[in-house]
Design a protein around this ligand. Sequence first.
Ligand SMILES: *Cc1c(COP(=O)(O)O)cnc(C)c1O
Length: 491
Amino acid sequence: MKYRSTRGERQELTSADAVIRGLASDRGLYVPEEIPALPFAIKDMLEQPYTAFAEKVIGAFFDDYTKEEIHSCVQNAYTNTFEAKEIVPVVHAGDAWFLELYHGRTAAFKDMALSILPYLLTTAVKKQHDDHKICILTATSGDTGKAAMAGFADVPGTEIIVFYPNNGVSQVQEQQMRTQEGKNVHVFSIEGNFDDAQTGVKTIFQDPDFAAELDAKGIRLSSANSINIGRLVPQIAYYVYGYAQLVKQGAVKDGDPVNITVPTGNFGNILAAYYAKQMGIPVKKLICASNQNRVLTDFLTTGVYDANRDFYQTNSPSMDILVSSNLERLLYHLSSDDSSEIASLMQSLDKDRKYEIPSSMKDKLSLFSAGSADMKETDAAIGEMYKKNHYLMDTHTAVAYYVYEQYRRETGDETPTLIASTASPYKFADSVAASIGLPKAENSFRCIDEVAEETGVPVPASFKGLESRPILHDQVIKVSEMKNAVADALK
Ligand SMILES: *Cc1c(COP(=O)(O)O)cnc(C)c1O
């Protein structure tokens, strides 16, 4: 299996090489030349643990890794790092099945991929007989940063540098990042929003002089953002696993269709669901859920992507995004691999923050349905679900549930639906507490205590004692200072 850039760079790479590079030099994203078929029959896998699905699905995409290498990456990633013994529980509540992806070290779904990426990456470096140190550079809207730090902390041969927007993450997320231990960990708060942080990181990646400077020091930059194919592929496994669990639980017969609803920001998680469908999972609709930053809802309904709009800070901050990087991969597939078309669309995006796809591509958007929820609707969804079913959703998952219910009402489509449940409710405890009718507490940590007392839902182990851990990172910098910060960190 070879990988190539969405924007037409000629070179074909092995997956190991694509994982190391992160982003192509023409600024495109790496995509597999073809999507492999499921390497097993669902009915033969019903009794298998999550790790068996992960090995087979990841192995199908990353076939230049040996079986033993993939086995060891998967075992290292998922052994004793998740609190739920199933790793990904599938829970029926209300009108849907929740694929609970948040039982890892940082209580968000990003742990699913970021627990394994360090192993995929260090294995890739060994395979290529490359002796560079890998420096992971990451912009985060809150959850990626912490999950990347937890995954990479003290992994030999790596450094990890994280930038987060100073006013765009929750108190708990910020505390998680500022208290992260690890000799190779560097964290900066930047004056700006997530898009500023992401643009800053991309600019550093595209600076050939800086790359040469670092190369001379034996350092190579790579990315833990979902633009890295090593982040994306491990996420496909849980949709395949989720489908098998629905079959096992009797919610669908093997081969019958399901819908999948995903709360979406950078379009990575829902793209993984798209790949699961291409592998052979029978998906009828992929339902893309946005918060008030509904640029994707508008795109999927009109074919026009327009980031010229107000940016809202919402109570689902990991989806407060106006430029969804991974959409580029979907466009590439929808265009039947027409990389010059993609290069030109992305050029318009850079220049005008806007593009419109041709009608041949628009026709293929019918696989998707899309909708959005504002903050009030999100809170109401949390409150109602808790009242009726005693099931607690975080704000991101609640956006998905709201959009799914709206879809169901409008279409009458009762196909069993998996909802990607992307964070522990305790990660966004302020909103969750208010939504279930608790009085305003003094801060987020008190909210956690109160939600726990009221609901009896267990608090993730990594949150215990978080409030009083020592602050190890407290630098706030300007976007223009990001490159210097990287140079200093790597001195
Ligand atoms: C990152 C994140 C999302 C959005 O995922 P994308 O892959 O960026 O679409 C949704 N919910 C939570 C809790 C997240 O951390």
